[in-house]
Design a protein around this ligand. Sequence first.
Ligand code: ADP
Ligand code: TRP
Length: 371
Amino acid sequence: MQPATADDTPGIVRVVRISPIGAKDALTADALAALSYWAEVVRIMRILSGIQPSGKLHLGNYLGAIRQHIELQNHHECLFFIANLHSLTTVNDPQRLADLTRDVALDYLALGLDPGKALLFRQSDVPEVTELTWILATVTGKGLLDRAHSYKDKVAHGITPTMGLYCYPLLMAADILIYRSNLVPVGRDQVQHIEMTQDIAGYFNNTYHCDALVRPEPKLNDAAVVPGLDGQKMSKSYGNTIDLFDDPKSARKRIMAIKTDSTPVEDPKDPDKCNVFAILRLLAANDETREWARRYRAGGMGYGQVKTRLSELFDQTMASARERRQTLAADPDYIEDVLSTAGRRARALAQSVMHDVRRACGLTVSAQSPQ
Ligand code: ADP
Ligand code: TRP
């Protein structure tokens, strides 16, 4: 039976169910009468994302990235990696890098990543990614990297402007392209990097007249930028985070410290200008969010009340993950096994793409090549 749709959307079409006639509205009565079965199809995308082990994970990482990563594992082919090579741009203590890498793995597994459904691995377990970085560097104009916002931003925040930091978007492009990823779920701050990756894939394919590399698309969700305690983007580099696995008491203290304006309790307030509301709406059910918006606008509500509720919602969201994390932390061999098994599988995928890349640029001359 042929799949029902045949457009240019990337991804693998997979028939998920063949069942007695359903989806009747899609068919005319005559067509229905002629059929005995209807195939339901979905497109399985290859989803890839990376997260740096450069500090404790925070609510911005969870709402902007990790939560959707974990949802996606149920519907797509997912690869998530711990970007330890990227973190060398900021973490130069070997023990700390190893500890942070293990912590990110623990956090993901505690938050619901299922190693039976998605690959969770260390970036450095796929060394081919650094080879691809170099190859991509040779087809990318320097001007493209000069335009990267995140480089300027990081330097402005005191991170040493090394070549590694400057070339960061090339390594990120290699991370994405080496698995022929279709979709890259990230927060808004990373979109420029994905757009650069699209350009870089094009430069390579055009230079070598091939289609070895696949153009990825960014995938944003409604938590594209989660504000931190001071109202800037929540980021480990800005010291304004609510850390996911902080003990509940310190997390509550941080939430109570979120910056708000000085509108008196009795006055109406604008929920859309409030950092607390911006986070609350991402954790609360829709009805509750609407009710808080109404209370803001009505006046008579103090920011302390909404912060207290946010703190409860945070605790509810994290309660079972905190327990799971404790259990997992007691079994380091299991964590190592998850990472290295997934690393081997990811590497096999990368090696097959690198085979095409090397051939395209003449690095591999196979025995069958014409002389
Ligand atoms: P940080 O800025 O704390 O160093 P990272 O750059 O390591 O965070 O981000 C890891 C992932 O989390 C990325 O996909 C990024 O887009 C997402 N992310 C980080 N901070 C936020 C935020 N405040 N709001 C939404 N997404 C975020
Ligand atoms: N640059 C990303 C960040 O700082 C992490 C990252 C590295 C990444 N390689 C990637 C994200 C590839 C998505 C895809 O958050």
